[in-house]
Design a protein around this ligand. Structure first.
Ligand code: ADP
Ligand code: GLC
Length: 482
């Protein structure tokens, strides 16, 4: 095995410090799994105050020089709690501000242009102590210009990988930022940085990176079609030979029914009684009727069109009529927040809602529910259904992206073969979800032994980061030792 390959991961989120969605979970877990495979992995993120303050023991790792007329940039170096070396891009005028990672003051083009630029500088020159990556892996649009900066300048450079976590967010910026970002106007064309008249951060990464990855095999195929390609399907199909779908994993120290620090009681496949305690606790926590027999459906989600939650809203009356309950944790789109507030007010005791972001409650919803709803219109990978499987909570998902790759529908054949782990529906409409809900409620009520079998199969699934890390190592090897 090739050991010690130096890999730099560049991203805008990192669990447990700065999290909006699954990207943070991936950045919090994949580097450790890669280190276990022998890679010398480091991370680069902006010096958000939340991150800088949490690290401690941060040292200077060298000046980077002036950036875009907004100040002098420098690198700091610390370590995450898990021991992974982490560079922070210190550029106070862009990053020293309260709030989440995507604070919108109209300067996100500069902020994430700076992140990409810093990655390229570190990639080419190394840090003050002489560490220089052999591969730079850029995650999502915020890091998308890094492969472009590296490819557009002459001279030796590290290999580059562009990873798509979600093609729906592309980072489109006005062409006027090319100049402050120091990118050549000559590269602003269809086969370069330009996307429909804008500077496309993600598009640039997809053009200039040596290899492309995304977070599930099915999504890798879907994004080469007009339905899911978000206008980039032609480019992605053209680069099909360089594109790999590598499934995300589950961090077993966090998302495990006998290890999660957030549950009222632990449980396991062989000791299932704790799950009943978790269900009862969740019913009380969200003001639901304390009914052990009611099928309890959970949701933990960003409220965004992508997630298909409008299909759930269409089915709330139906669910309540079936005697089922709904436990919802999420935030985002104000219209969806208002709609969920309305159904919760309409069905007290049957629909429990917490609007907001709450790490502990996310574990308790996923552990305490009988089934988890993930009816996404598109889902590059999806992590909550993986967490649900680990907790013996059967996912109800639409057959798309990573959901299609990780949940096996409870057809009679799949049940007979002992492969079934959840309920899968095809069409993105309320009726199709309603059918899946009927099947789930029917199995839960009428065939408890079959339900238990599904739970056991679900809990026995192995979505480990090791598999994902090994696939990454193969990719790095091909790039570093072709
Ligand atoms: P996405 O990245 O598209 O939001 P994923 O399923 O990959 O979808 O990841 C979502 C992550 O965010 C999971 O770790 C999930 O538990 C978490 N999450 C989503 N909404 C909330 C919330 N309101 N409170 C706590 N955690 C949340
Ligand atoms: C994105 C996707 C989600 C994926 C996550 C981590 O946010 O929406 O499907 O699981 O990234 O890769």
């Amino acid at each position: 095995m090739v050991r010690g390959m130096r890999i730099l991961h560049v991203a805008a989120e990192l669990f447990p410090y700065v999290k909006v969605g699954g990207l943070a979970d991936v950045m919090g877990a994949l580097p450790q799994a890669l280190r276990a495979e022998g890679a010398d992995v480091r991370l680069l993120l902006p010096a958000y105050p939340a991150l800088r303050d949490a690290l401690g023991g941060v040292v200077s790792a060298g000046p980077l020089g002036p950036f875009a007329g907004v100040g002098e940039a420098r690198l700091l170096l610390g370590r995450t709690a898990a021991g992974v070396p982490l560079y922070l891009l210190d550029l106070p005028s862009l990053f020293d501000r309260p709030g989440g990672p995507y604070d919108e003051r109209g300067d996100s083009c500069l902020r994430f242009g700076a992140l990409s630029w810093a990655a390229a500088r570190l990639g080419r020159q190394g840090d003050a102590q002489g560490w220089r990556p052999q591969v730079v892996q850029a995650h999502d649009w915020q890091a998308g210009l890094a492969p472009a900066y590296l490819a557009l300048e002459a001279g030796p450079r590290p290999a580059t990988v562009m990873t798509i976590h979600n093609l729906a967010y592309q980072g489109r910026c006005p062409p006027s930022v090319l100049k402050p970002l120091g990118l050549p106007a000559s590269a602003f064309h269809l086969h370069g940085l330009e996307f429909h008249g804008d500077l496309g951060f993600l598009k640039a990464g997809l053009v200039y990176a040596d290899r492309l990855t995304t977070v599930s095999p099915t999504y890798a195929r879907e994004i080469q079609t007009p339905e899911q390609g978000e206008g980039l399907e032609g480019l992605l199909a053209h680069r099909s030979g360089d594109l790999t779908g590598i499934l995300n994993g589950v961090d077993p120290d966090l998302w495990h029914p006998s290890r999660s620090p957030h549950l009222p009681m632990h449980f396991a496949s062989s000791r299932p009684s704790g799950k009943k305690v978790c269900k009862n606790h969740l019913q009380r926590e969200l003001g639901l009727r304390e009914s052990p027999a009611a099928p309890l459906f959970g949701i933990v989600s960003r409220f965004a069109v992508q997630k298909g939650l409008d299909l759930v809203l269409e089915n709330v009356d139906h669910l309540v009529a079936l005697g089922a309950q709904l436990a919802v944790l999420g935030s985002g789109d104000p219209a969806l927040e208002a709609a969920f507030r309305a159904v919760a007010a309409q069905h007290p005791g049957s629909v429990g809602l917490r609007v907001g972001y709450d790490e502990g409650l996310s574990h308790r919803v996923i552990a305490g529910s009988d089934a988890l709803l993930v009816p996404s219109r598109h889902e590059p990978c999806g992590l909550t259904q993986l967490y649900a499987l680990a907790f013996g909570t059967l996912p109800v998902v639409r057959r798309t992206g990573g959901l299609a790759d990780t949940v096996v529908d409870a057809t009679s054949q799949a049940q007979a073969e002992g492969r079934a782990t959840g309920f899968v529906f095809e069409d993105p409409n309320g009726w199709a979800l309603g059918e899946a809900l009927n099947r789930a409620c029917g199995l839960y009520r009428d065939q408890p032994a079959a339900w238990t079998r599904l739970q056991r199969t679900a809990m026995a699934q192995d979505f480990s980061w090791r598999t994902s890390a090994r696939q990454h190592m193969e990719l790095y090897r091909a790039l570093v030792h072709p």
